[in-house]
Design a protein around this ligand. Structure first.
Ligand SMILES: *[C@@H]1O[C@H](CO)[C@@H](O)[C@H](O)[C@H]1NC(C)=O
Ligand SMILES: *[C@@H]1O[C@H](CO)[C@@H](O)[C@H](O)[C@H]1NC(C)=O
Ligand SMILES: *[C@@H]1O[C@H](CO)[C@@H](O)[C@H](O)[C@H]1NC(C)=O
Ligand SMILES: *[C@@H]1O[C@H](CO)[C@@H](O)[C@H](O)[C@H]1NC(C)=O
Ligand SMILES: *[C@@H]1O[C@H](CO)[C@@H](O)[C@H](O)[C@H]1NC(C)=O
Length: 458
């Protein structure tokens, strides 16, 4: 559901020499102590010994402009919005893209003071997996950007979690991306461990594709601990007011995910088919769901031209829309269950799914980390590319792409075979596409993407 950003091609055309990318602008800082770091036990998040439920909104003001920008590097804008976060009663925001060369101290500290955590997507439009070319786009240039983003946020105690990708798999035909999605999670976890950071949870945000969302959940939670995601997140718009736990199908959703061994939350929810009164909030924080779900985030804070905004922003002025008030009331009325809310204290791995007509993945082996990226584990990633530069999707070559597989369960980054079976089949016309959802744009956007892809070839 995140707004489509034209895969960076338009952004290149429109941006005007933004940041100088020479010297690192991130100064060393003391770790914020205003909030307690969130940890995972079993299938739930905890703040100390208390269960932690995500109550949030997705936050990417400017996301609808077509030019990607970092909403939390601008302290003025950030501080303009924090009082509204407080009015909403939230404890978490999700941000979809940041500039890993920018300084985020002021905004992150102000968020911490307000008791607000960050769930951060480590991809950007230019530095991301390309669902049409997963093998080529899984390269060291991409991973360097991801790792630099981890460096930029690892010191903040209120960094709750990293999302390795958003809706890379967005239909029935892109499940061959799954080994690459999982490899990125593995690499991020290894980087966090190798650099000696706090164990910041790493997971993935899945599109609502009924044919494969639950298979992907199993896939990301199978294998050895170093390969398993720390949590899974789903984007779900199936509760459209007026509705109920059973009418929406959320009862089946809960049943289907019962027993899932890692925390699960809604990284996007909030259907706009009718007036949003957010009656789903009462269900999400009720014990009928909390044994399986750990809350969620409403899409999205600011109006970006697609009707999902809770507020309209104009310069320094923020005007709440009517569903802002409904959401605020719904969060206020939804008290968490007492105790652990039915959470499981154990974290069972799943059995890896087998190849099928709905799951185009053979075997459990993952692509090995590109050897050119392996060195970052010991040296650190260095300065990231920010939101600019040539991007990573077409940067891959034999020098910096994965050239082999890592044996499932080995926990090693050593290459053991000479080629990956998943390459090539969907190689297309040079279209550069960000891993963002196109549900709201449908066939129209597909046509635009093809057109831009075609133009890029001229
Ligand atoms: C994080 O903290 C460590 C230890 O204080 C410091 O060396 C490092 O520079 C900090 N990193 C950032 C990005 O602030
Ligand atoms: C930061 O945000 C404020 C409020 O929207 C805006 O007026 C200002 O131009 C922004 N600054 C930069 C450097 O983008
Ligand atoms: C998936 O591929 C099949 C076979 O090539 C095709 O018929 C179908 O339209 C595709 N579906 C999507 C959603 O792209
Ligand atoms: C639950 O699982 C069943 C059986 O696999 C599937 O048909 C259904 O679509 C799932 N429902 C939801 C809401 O995930
Ligand atoms: C990856 O390959 C591209 C194309 O050869 C090259 O320009 C780039 O410098 C390489 N990057 C790394 C990190 O090796």
């Amino acid at each position: 559901m995140r707004d489509f950003l034209f895969g960076g091609l338009l952004a290149v055309a429109l941006s005007s020499g933004v940041a100088a990318s020479g010297s690192p602008v991130i100064a060393a800082r003391a770790t914020s102590t205003t909030v307690q770091a969130v940890t995972i036990t079993g299938n739930a998040f905890y703040q100390g010994s208390d269960r932690f439920y995500i109550r949030g909104v997705d936050y990417q003001p400017g996301g609808g402009t077509g030019v990607e920008s970092d909403p939390i590097s601008n302290a003025t804008a950030c501080k303009r919005d924090i009082p509204y976060f407080t009015k909403l009663g939230i404890n978490t925001i999700r941000v979809y893209a940041v500039d890993n060369t920018a300084n985020h101290d002021e905004c992150m500290d102000a968020l911490a003071e307000a008791g607000i955590y960050l769930v951060l997507d480590t991809d950007t439009s230019k530095y991301s997996l390309n669902r049409l070319e997963p093998k080529e786009s899984y390269n060291s240039v991409y991973l360097q950007s991801v790792f630099a983003t981890i460096d930029a946020f690892a010191n903040y105690t209120n960094t709750l979690a990293f999302l390795s990708g958003n809706e890379v798999i967005n239909d029935v035909n892109t499940t061959d991306c799954a080994p690459y999605v999982k490899a990125v999670v593995r690499d991020m976890k290894q980087y966090i461990g190798s650099r000696g950071y706090r164990s910041i949870p790493v997971g993935y945000s899945a599109a609502d594709v009924s044919q494969n969302q639950e298979i992907l959940a199993d896939y990301l939670n199978c294998g050895t601990d170093d390969q398993r995601s720390d949590f899974y997140a789903i984007n779900d718009y199936s509760w459209c007011d007026p509705s109920s736990f059973t009418t929406s199908g959320w009862d089946t959703l809960v049943a289907n995910y019962t027993g899932y061994g890692i925390p699960l939350f809604m990284s996007e929810f909030g259907c706009i088919t009718n007036t949003r009164t957010f009656t789903e909030v009462a269900a999400l924080y009720n014990s009928e769901m909390t044994g399986v779900f750990s809350g969620g985030l409403v899409y999205e804070y600011s109006e970006e031209g697609n009707g999902y905004g809770l507020v309209t922003i104009s310069g320094d002025t923020v005007s709440p829309n009517s569903d802002f008030t409904y959401l605020s009331s719904a969060y206020a009325a939804a008290t968490n269950p007492s105790g652990d809310g039915g959470a499981s204290s154990t974290s069972a791995a799943t059995t890896c799914p087998t190849e099928s007509s709905e799951w185009d993945v053979s075997g459990d082996a993952l692509p090995a980390i590109p050897s050119a990226a392996e060195k970052y584990m010991s040296t650190g990633a260095g300065t990231g590319p920010g939101l600019d530069g040539d991007g990573s999707q077409d940067a891959g070559t034999a020098d910096n792409e994965s050239t082999g597989t890592a044996t499932a369960g080995s926990g090693t980054v050593t290459e053991t075979a000479s080629s990956s079976s998943t390459s090539g089949s969907k190689k297309s016309s040079g279209t550069t596409m960000a891993p963002v959802d196109m549900k709201a744009f449908g066939a129209f956007m597909v046509a635009i993407v093809s057109m831009i892809g075609g133009m890029a070839l001229l």
